[in-house]
Ligand binder design. Structure first.
Ligand code: IMP
Length: 432
């Protein structure tokens, strides 16, 4: 399983793409098109929001699990784009139980943010929160409803009715016309029908024949609805436990959980970020790391790597390994800082992530300093090619977390990675 260890945007798409090669099924388990994965393959850039990153392997079973919320407009758009570029999408499977983002969810997301004003969460405004809210309220529309116009119409009517007041400012929006909405969604259903499936059963069948299922998380632990910096979080659970409910695969079937973290930290949207850099260094990281949101185009907030939050994420996910991405961005920065504890204005010190929001909001980060490393590391392919100070930086992170670093990203290209330790050997042998 691949999960985000920070606030999302850690580079999970690239890791999923690399591991998908050896997987039989790739499945997403939560989130929706608030996520954005960029993959660079043979010099071509692909951006995905809903379709699992494994789709670039012809015929590979790539599933959207029941825990995902699907905007069919976005999904059909992605399918069209992939077809136009000649990508085989015959392996795409969509859970019949996944919930659908409706036009009123998108409008409610915007209305909710406007109402909050200065207190806004900074959502991606893709309708994610309102869709999960309807799911919990049992007013959701599911993928399977697209296949029965009568049921679809009844469910949309029931779901829209309680929202009329909040939707009043959008009363004239043609997207809210019941007849138009039903017709549009029936048309999406016709297009998606060949891909609609029982995705849990697909995973079980794969596991029963000892095949590999790769779970692709979206967002990250610190955006988790239960464990993140609530209310500045997303409306799903990006932690590993959610893969079970989000796909129907029980926890004992999962044997590896890889957390993905950048060599520094970023966050999009509002909410606490103890290691945030509001200065030139922050700007440098943003510029060098190309830290602009894939989905919304918003500049990302940047900061030093946060061990307190990462240790929390490691425990929440029972991570078996860590992947550190974008190490190249730190080249030439000296010294490098690693946040090892938080200090509250009243003097209290926190080695573990504090449960109380006021503490997190008021916390300042305390750092350990390490020497920076020089030079262009984008061409390094083996651990020993890295400058010693870069290796020391990785070792420091690994030691603090008590988890091995198995993969390091040294540039945007697919091949710009270094397999480390136990992961390096079989790959070097295979290459030889
Ligand atoms: P929502 O998921 O659109 O409701 O947004 C809630 C919060 O999660 C906001 O702070 C978003 O910026 C953040 N968020 C949602 N998806 C992503 C993602 O894929 N990467 C980074 N931040 C995200």
């Amino acid at each position: 399983m691949i999960v985000g260890a920070q606030w999302g945007d850690e580079g999970k798409g690239k890791v999923t793409d690399l591991l998908a090669e050896r997987a039989d099924v790739v499945i997403r388990f939560q989130g929706g098109n608030n996520a954005g994965h960029t993959i660079i393959r043979d010099g071509e850039t692909y951006k995905f929001h809903l379709i699992p990153s494994g789709i670039l392997y012809p015929g590979k079973i790539c599933a959207i699990g029941n825990g995902v919320v699907i905007d069919p407009k976005v999904l059909t758009g992605e399918i069209d784009e992939l077809r136009r570029r000649g990508v085989d999408i015959s392996g795409l499977r969509i859970s019949a139980n996944a919930h659908l983002i409706m036009p009123y969810h998108v409008l409610l997301d915007t209305a909710g943010e406007l109402k909050l004003g200065k207190l806004e969460i900074g959502t991606t405004r893709r309708g994610i929160g309102p869709c999960y809210a309807d799911k919990a309220a049992r007013l959701g529309i599911r993928v399977q409803d697209l296949l029965d116009e009568k049921i679809l119409r009844k469910k949309i009517m029931a779901a829209m009715e309680p929202k009329q007041q909040m939707l009043r400012p959008f009363a004239k929006d043609p997207e809210l016309d019941l007849q138009t909405m039903v017709q549009t969604y029936v048309a999406y259903g016709e297009r998606l029908a060949p891909h609609i499936a029982d995705t849990a059963r697909i995973c079980w069948a794969a596991l029963d024949r000892d095949a590999t299922v790769l779970f692709e998380g979206a967002q990250g632990a610190m955006l988790d609805l239960d464990h993140g910096t609530y209310p500045f979080v997303t409306s799903s659970n990006p932690v590993a436990g959610a893969a079970s409910t989000g796909t129907g695969v029980g926890p004992r079937d999962i044997d590896e959980v890889w957390g993905i973290a950048k060599a520094y930290a970023t966050r999009v949207g509002a909410g606490p970020f103890p290691t945030e850099l509001d200065d030139e260094m922050g700007e440098l990281l943003r510029e060098r790391g190309g830290e602009v949101g894939t989905t919304t185009g918003r500049p990302r907030r940047t900061g030093w790597i946060d061990i307190v939050a990462l240790r929390y994420a490691a425990r929440l996910n029972t991570m078996t390994a860590l992947v550190v991405t974008k190490l190249d961005v730190l080249a030439g920065i000296d010294p490098l800082r690693i946040c090892v504890r938080y200090r509250h204005p009243d003097g209290a010190v926190f080695d573990e992530f504090p449960f109380h929001q006021s503490v997190v909001h008021g916390a300042t980060a305390e750092y350990e300093e390490l020497p920076g490393f020089e030079g262009e590391i984008g061409a390094c392919r083996r651990e020993q090619d890295l400058p010693p100070d870069a290796r020391d930086y990785l070792n420091a992170i690994s030691d603090h977390l008590g988890i091995p670093v198995v993969l390091v990203g040294v540039g945007p290209g697919r091949d710009q990675v270094i397999w480390m330790g136990r992961e390096a050997e079989p790959r070097l042998r295979a290459a030889a």
